[in-house]
Design a protein around this ligand. Sequence first.
Ligand code: COA
Length: 206
Amino acid sequence: MPLIRTIQIDPETRLGVWSIEEQESFFRERVNISPDIHHPHKRLQHFAGRYLLVTLFPEFPLEKIKVSDSRKPLLLCDSFHFSISHCGDHVAAIVSTKAAVGIDIEEVKDKIERVSHKFLSPSERDFIDPRHSLPHKTICWSAKEAMFKWYGLGSVDFKENLVLQPFVYQSTGFITANFVKPDSNTRLYLQYIMENGLCLAWTHPV
Ligand SMILES: CC(C)(COP(=O)(O)OP(=O)(O)OC[C@H]1O[C@@H](n2cnc3c(N)ncnc32)[C@H](O)[C@@H]1OP(=O)(O)O)[C@@H](O)C(=O)NCCC(=O)NCCS
């Protein structure tokens, strides 16, 4: 049962999470790509991510994916907007025919606490629930990674450019955020699910 979650966000946008139990050959036989990735597990994750795209939208033209200078994979024709994230044996993807999307899947781990001063501004640190500091900060990190991928042009200061509105810690929820840069000032809406030590966060067009 490798496809562990699908969400039809709206008629044009779908999200999926795949738990990898298959060998690389399973994906290799189903997607016609030849990634130049040496590390076997990273290559497996990459294959699974691409396979998830066609699982969500069978007409997704995998062979037309290009990679931008900032390393964002995209379709030049914009027929589908998409974002992929991997974490261990999990892969998440979001695909929309409407507009840009971003997704992140993240393990709750101590490192996030140690580096949180680098990605949370003082006003964001103020709303962190001290009783659930690590998972709350993990949601913030995951939300900002999803925003980073939504933007896709790189050069983002996580504290300055990605601004989260206060939200109360819960295992699932909504976040309102602002992407603030001279070339782009956009209100973004995010959702997250925290389950089994994994945080999934995404932003999609509204
Ligand atoms: C690029 C980045 C988002 C990848 O995140 P990660 O946790 O290493 O890996 P994930 O599995 O979540 O995501 C990897 C996928 O992101 C996508 N991706 C890579 N670069 C991207 C970019 N610039 N924009 C959008 N998507 C991107 C790709 O689909 C990639 O998977 P693929 O190579 O199999 O296609 C991350 O490495 C990064 O650079 N983050 C910002 C770093 C930063 O500025 N930190 C400062 C905070 S203090």
